[in-house]
Write a protein that binds this ligand. Structure first.
Ligand code: PLP
Length: 456
């Protein structure tokens, strides 16, 4: 008999969550005490309020991390599939990046000077080799890469709006906090201090619905579609066959630029989904992982757009025109990016990472099949995620509807209490060059045990 979502015993799940919470509380006393002691001057008791999202009431405190391993201040070692939610996709502190950073910061000196270093041209050429876009500029975060790409798109098209997909995430980009509902577009719940209602700046459609995108773009006021080629921040939602071609045709037809945000979808291969799937965006944005953990981001654009923006007398991209940051393109970030792209997240490394993710996915799938659990797992290159619905969701809206906070908490705590870190947001796992097949199998074994306890 197939288990149905309704047949998962809720009382059993509640009891298991309570048991795992108690185990967490007992297992990590030093983290618990550090968290309790930290509250006086830290907003929310943490250096970044997202860190409150870890299950268990307090986050683990990091002592050290190397490759795919992280150690907490109680001395436990974890297999890290969270990898800083992609910021550490190169693995923690890989040697080549350590050396490049030490050389730039210590030996040579000068982390940030407002002057270029020769690393910049190398990194730009490498990004071109991977993603196709021939001209690049640098940021410190993926959020800024998106913000500045949007500004350029508005300037280039002289159009006011952008379009995004429901339940997308592109960082703290004001325009993106909007969802599609049966009653029309609505600001996303919890949107903090929006400068204006996002419906004034943004059009929104469900992913995999080309007709909906066509309707939104037909207004003729959309400068750019900002998209992940596969959604990764509301579970993983893959594009259906032909959908990305339709997006490209529609954007061309309506005079709208296309921005591929490859920050997470970089997991698809050395040139992200853009290269893996032969996509032709007008702009590419990326951040998080490309500096091996040192703050870094970048955006790339076509030759035609680069020429036009440089020649636009009304666009101040050099001073106070709203595109740029004092520390952006700094020597330290560039040294880290060169080492990361040149020596760590190489084409060969991706082959290994994707093979490990394939094993991870097959392991989870075998548990779902053998227990007849009505959940699914989706892989995107070096990344995989399970979700609590029988079929992979087709859109952000469908995926949001499959969220289950109790199951999330149970699985997060079950894993963490047994030495495995998953992302705290949902059930995403990422492989780095140091992740092994044995690490994937270790997760499968715990996942099977967690499922069996739930079903017993
Ligand atoms: C697809 C995507 N773009 C951009 C960002 C923003 O990255 P950051 O917070 O490092 O600026 C994120 C963060 O999760 C992301 O998932």
């Amino acid at each position: 008999m197939t288990t149905t979502l309704a047949s998962i015993n809720k009382d059993r799940l509640t009891a298991l969550v309570e048991r795992e919470r108690a185990a967490y509380l007992a297992s990590f006393p030093a983290s618990r005490e550090a968290f309790a002691a930290a509250g006086d001057h830290l907003l929310g008791g943490v250096p970044m309020t997202w860190m409150r999202m870890w299950s268990g009431g307090f986050p683990l405190y990091q002592a050290a991390a190397s490759g795919a391993r992280l150690t907490d201040i109680d001395g436990h070692e974890f297999i890290d599939f969270c990898l800083g939610d992609t910021g550490a996709m190169a693995g923690h502190s890989p040697t080549a990046v350590q050396e490049a950073v030490a050389r730039r910061y210590g030996e040579l000196g000068g982390a940030t000077t407002m002057l270029p270093t020769q690393d910049a041209a190398w990194v730009a050429a490498e990004l071109t080799r991977r993603f196709g876009a021939p001209y690049w500029s640098f940021t410190l975060t993926a959020t800024d890469a998106n913000r500045w790409a949007i500004r350029l798109a508005r300037q280039l098209t002289r159009r006011p709006k952008i379009a995004v997909f429901s339940y997308c995430y592109h960082g703290s980009v004001d325009e993106s906090f909007i969802v599609a509902t049966p009653d029309g577009p609505q600001p996303r719940a919890g949107n903090v201090g929006a400068p204006v209602d996002p419906r004034e700046t943004t059009r929104v459609a469900e992913f995999n619905d080309a007709a909906a995108l066509d309707r939104e773009l037909a207004h003729g006021d959309v400068a750019a579609v900002l998209m992940e080629p596969a959604l990764t921040n509301i579970g993983i939602v893959l594009p259906e066959p032909g959908y990305l071609d339709a997006v490209r045709s529609l954007t061309r037809e309506h005079g709208t630029l296309l921005i591929n945000d490859e920050t997470h979808t970089f997991s698809a291969g050395p040139g992200g989904c853009t290269a893996a799937w032969g996509l032709e965006p007008d702009l590419v944005t990326i951040g998080k992982s490309i500096g091996g953990g040192i703050p870094s981001g970048a955006y790339g654009l076509t030759a035609a757009l680069a020429e036009r923006i440089l020649a636009d007398p009304a666009a101040d991209i050099e001073d106070t025109g709203g595109v740029g940051g004092t520390l952006a393109g700094n020597a330290l970030s560039l040294a880290a990016m060169r080492a990361t792209l040149g020596e760590i997240l190489t084409d060969e490394a991706f082959e290994h990472m994707i093979a490990v993710a394939t094993r991870f996915t097959a392991g989870v799938q075998s548990v779902l099949d053998s227990r007849r659990l009505p959940w699914n797992i989706v892989q995107l290159g070096a990344r995989a995620e399970y979700r609590f619905c029988p079929e992979p969701p087709r859109s952000g809206g469908e995926s949001a509807a499959a969220a289950d906070t109790a199951l999330d908490e149970y699985l997060h705590l079950y894993m963490i209490n047994r030495g495995v870190l998953m992302t705290p947001f949902h059930n995403m796992a990422l492989m780095c060059p140091a992740t092994t097949q044995a690490d994937a199998d270790a997760h499968t074994a715990r996942f099977a045990a967690a499922a069996d306890e739930l079903l017993s």
